[in-house]
Design a binder for this molecule. Structure first.
Ligand SMILES: Nc1ncnc2c1ncn2[C@@H]1O[C@H](COP(=O)(O)OP(=O)(O)O)[C@@H](O)[C@H]1O
Ligand SMILES: [Mg+2]
Length: 420
């Protein structure tokens, strides 16, 4: 059996973290079997190399390896993509088409972002997993296939199950063996190693001297949260490699490239920003907007409660609780330095008594006003961001979706919705 080190080298996996090694070791152990594997971990941790290792160390290595991004295929065509369709199955089906499960017979299919699969497709998938059977869309003929499935997800599957978005039986089928890839922030020792590797790669690519980090920059690098994990680290190594004339990078310089550091409204409002901050800022701005939307919804709910309730004391308590909740969520998500927590009165400018008086006015009118303002501004901003991102990536949806921090399918839906 090839050693873990050799496999890591073969697949370009950098790092010596024990959790990473364990993940690679598990992939090596499970490869010769036909067991289904679920790879879990945050976005950007390197999940995609695991199914490749499994396939190339299995008896299927001469068979096909097909990677499918379940989040990127529109819901209407995913069954046909995976299982094929009969001629005439739907408008536009002018010919019979073989799906990936037929094409990959004897090989491996990697289902990336498996949590995004529509429920109807989940039923079909369960059947293939259970007895190798599937039916083309628009057909009644049962076919057989022999495919090894490796799936990956960056969403919490138990949440998805609880919300009714993912079938529990399918989850257990898929995750006979689970391989967890740790987030970069839990692999502190590997962070600088990876940075040096990327710095050296980009120096070669752009024919410039390799950047190196000063001591304080290394400390900052290791302390940073890296919510985008290795993908984000790589992106920042690239930006710095291209933009910085002085090839020794100080902590202060690095600081300028790290979004979400040190303030609650990140780089968006900070002075003297660099060109390179813009893509990160857009991403953050987008997330901030969505957070604002959910905060607004909470506040809206609160307002409705206020208007419907006569019990001022209870309402006051509920306000506190809700506002605490909003700020707690913010902190958990962002790991900023302690933000200034506003007092209840700062956040909620309407004292409960007035809000209750409003009830006599016209509560529906009041509620509608909030609704309309909210959708207007968010709608405009969202549209603008999507347009900009699409322009920037010359219409490449995958890149745009990645930048916007949404799935390709969501982007696809929005393009349709806004008629872009
Ligand atoms: N251990 C690693 N060493 C070097 N590069 C890595 C490592 N893990 C991931 N990468 C790189 O990071 C990026 C993101 O990895 P990917 O597998 O696409 O992440 P995920 O699928 O988990 O979102 C890719 O460019 C990949 O080559
Ligand atoms: Mg991925």
């Amino acid at each position: 059996m090839e050693s873990i080190q050799a496999i890591k080298q073969r697949f370009g996996i950098i790092g010596n973290d024990p959790k990473l090694n364990r993940a690679v070791e598990k992939a090596i152990q499970v490869a010769p079997t036909d067991i289904s594997v679920l790879v879990t971990g945050e976005s950007g941790v390197g999940k995609e190399s695991i199914p490749k290792i499994i396939h190339s160390l299995s008896h299927r290595k001469h068979g096909k390896y097909i990677a499918v991004n379940c989040g990127a295929i529109p819901e209407g065509t995913i069954d046909s993509e995976l299982f094929g369709h009969e001629k005439g199955a739907f408008t536009g089906a002018t010919q019979t088409r073989n799906g990936y499960f037929e094409v990959a017979d004897g090989g491996t299919i990697f289902l990336d972002e498996v949590g995004e699969l529509p429920l109807t497709t989940q039923v079909r998938l369960l059947r293939v997993l259970e007895n190798g059977e599937f039916i083309k869309v628009g057909s009644s003929k049962v076919q057989k296939t022999d495919v090894r499935i490796v799936a990956a997800t960056n969403v919490n599957m138990f949440d998805a199950i609880k919300k009714g978005k993912f079938r529990e039986d399918l989850y257990y089928r898929l995750s006979t063996v689970e391989i967890l890839l740790p987030p970069l922030r839990d692999r502190k020792e590997d962070i600088h190693l990876l940075f040096r590797k990327f710095a050296s790669d980009f120096a070669t690519k752009y024919k410039m001297p390799t950047i190196r980090l000063s001591e304080d920059a290394v400390i900052l690098l290791e302390k940073y949260h890296w919510s985008g994990n290795i993908r984000q680290l790589r992106n920042i190594a690239e930006q710095i490699s291209v933009l910085e004339q002085n090839r020794t990078i100080t902590g202060a310089t690095l600081h300028g490239y790290l979004p979400n550091i040190g303030s609650n409204l990140p780089a968006v409002i900070s002075a003297d920003k660099k060109e390179s901050d813009f893509s990160n800022e857009r991403e953050i701005l987008y997330k901030v907007l969505f957070d604002m939307k959910s905060d607004l919804n909470d506040l809206k709910k609160l307002t409705m409660e206020l208007m419907q309730s006569g019990n001022t004391q209870q309402v006051q308590k509920d306000n506190e609780r809700l506002i605490q909740k909003i700020y707690q969520e913010k902190e958990e998500e962002t790991h900023f330095e302690e933000p200034q927590r506003p007092t209840t009165s700062e956040v909620l400018e309407i004292p409960p008594q007035i809000a209750i008086q409003r009830q006599e006015d016209d509560k529906y009118h009041f509620a509608e006003e909030i609704e309309e303002e909210e959708t207007l501004s968010l709608h405009d901003k969202e549209l603008e961001l999507i347009k900009k991102s699409l322009e920037r990536h010359r219409g490449k949806r995958k890149a745009a979706a990645e930048e916007l921090g949404i799935s390709e399918r969501t982007l696809y839906r929005k393009i349709k919705q806004y008629d872009l």
